[in-house]
Design a binder for this molecule. Structure first.
Ligand SMILES: C[S@@+](CC[C@H](N)C(=O)[O-])C[C@H]1O[C@@H](n2cnc3c(N)ncnc32)[C@H](O)[C@@H]1O
Length: 244
């Protein structure tokens, strides 16, 4: 876990995305209160947390299982001068303890897969006020019949599906779809795979002869390689939904 975090915990983001994408999803939420209360589930290093603090005049509760991630969010918020509106919470997204109807917005970029898209859409809205927004990004297929290597990679998340299937789940959950859009390959590269590649090169020298470390590096390289050869088969999509 320590070696894994040396790579995945050190990047600007821990999944695909960018400030531009956070802004695009935020911009379609109309009729937000002047100072919304936002919950960022699985915040990771918190690039989107800081952007949400910049975009709103509200409070952001950044929730993650790992204290290392929360310390990074706190440091970034201090550097951006927005600490006074940030609250960090070390908690499991499967058993969050906030009172019902606590939030105007629940945000989860690249993290809802950890509870599962369908379960997240069932569990999270209870924490939203009526008319509140649920904004998540989720893995989707772009075309059918992916090569075996891609299928093997995504075995860890069998809920990956086409956008149309995700839209049906949104409807079944009783949520109103406000907008959805696909993340371009650049959203994977800029803040995630390019910095990861540089980190791998640095650690390859440092971890020479360390079997555990080299295994982490091999898996990270494989992940990047699959994406760079087959990004026309899969990506993340952003879904902005409203609780009726
Ligand atoms: C793939 S990262 C995405 C982070 C961030 N949203 C981003 O886009 O950079 C997922 C984050 O969820 C956290 N996490 C994993 N399991 C969790 C759980 N059960 N409850 C809360 N957070 C969890 C991880 O520590 C990690 O920081």
């Amino acid at each position: 876990m320590e070696k894994f975090l040396d790579i995945y915990g050190s990047l600007p983001r821990a999944g695909p995305g960018s400030d531009e994408i956070t802004r695009r999803a935020y911009s379609v939420m109309h009729e937000l209160p002047a100072a919304p209360r936002i919950l960022d589930v699985g915040c990771g290093p918190g690039m989107q947390t800081i952007e949400l603090l910049r975009l709103s005049r509200g409070t952001v509760v950044a929730l993650d299982l790992l204290p290392q991630m929360l310390r990074r969010v706190e440091a970034s918020a201090a550097a951006a001068g927005v600490s006074d509106r940030l609250v960090t919470v070390e908690q499991d997204m499967n058993s969050m303890t906030f009172p019902a109807s606590s939030f105007d917005v629940i945000w989860s970029e690249g993290s809802i897969y950890l509870i599962g898209f369908e379960k997240g859409l069932t569990n999270f809205p209870g924490l939203l006020k009526p008319g509140g927004f649920l904004c998540v990004s989720e893995a989707v297929w772009l075309k059918p019949n992916p090569p075996l290597e891609v299928v093997e990679f995504w075995k860890e998340y069998p809920e990956i599906d086409f956008v149309e299937a995700k839209l049906r789940i949104i409807e079944q959950a009783g949520l109103e779809l406000i907008d959805h859009f696909i993340l371009p390959p650049e959203a994977w590269e800029e803040n995630y795979y390019r910095p990861m590649w540089l980190k791998i090169a640095e650690k390859e020298r440092e971890w020479e002869g360390d079997a555990e470390g080299l295994e982490v590096l091999r898996a990270a390289k494989d992940e990047i390689s699959v994406f760079r050869r087959f990004s026309d088969y899969y990506t993340y999509a952003f879904f902005v939904m409203k609780k009726l």
